[in-house]
Design a protein around this ligand. Sequence first.
Ligand code: HPA
Length: 243
Amino acid sequence: MSIHIEAEPGQIAETVLLPGDPLRAEYIAKKFLNHDGDPVLYNKRRNMLGYTGTDFRGRRISVQGSGMGMPSLGIYVHELIHSYGVKRIIRVGTCGAYDKSLKLGDIILVEKACRDEHLTMPGFSWRHVPSSSVSLLIAAARAASNHGIRPHEGRIHSTDVFYDPNETDLLDDMPRKWQCWAAQGVLGVEMESAELFERASRNGVEALSILAVSDRLFDFSTQMSAEDRVRSADITAQIALGI
Ligand code: HPA
């Protein structure tokens, strides 16, 4: 047992899917990890649900909620790696689009995740841009193509601030800060991947983020419906399980 996960040793698989929302973890477990009976719930602490089950290929896979943001994700990733020997972590989540060519529901396979300069782990340079695992990225691209999906591949921004009080200087249709990220070719924004990649690469663990575009920051009128969010969780989970 670790501080935040109450699983017994051996109850968590070497490969873990990591959605932010614990109810999405439950949804993915019950829908996709039921090929050898019901998935086993190994964590209820703080309602941050974690399950282990068997996928359509007979592989033992776990799915664990990470919570929102890098401080929360960092706790679960640390304990998965150090207390449970997890070897492969695939975040399945959503992001907001900076890039105007992205449409709602588009899939991004994240190559690298940039961080905000003022909010970093001690001893970590914000100029360092943590990367996902190339082998997982290539395998996910193949899995997406097998599902008839053409994903985007590229960099995203991982931020610790969802509601930024300084983002009021609207220039055209998008705050200046967001335009800067877009001008540098950063596709979108979420709140977890940089911490995942950093902790994974420091520990020889493979990591990837598969994100569905849930909102377009330059166009607040378009946000994903609740049903489309569930559909996007299906797609990101299916790509992850196709790896
Ligand atoms: N900002 C930060 N994180 C997100 C967003 C966003 O607009 N959409 C989904 N995750």
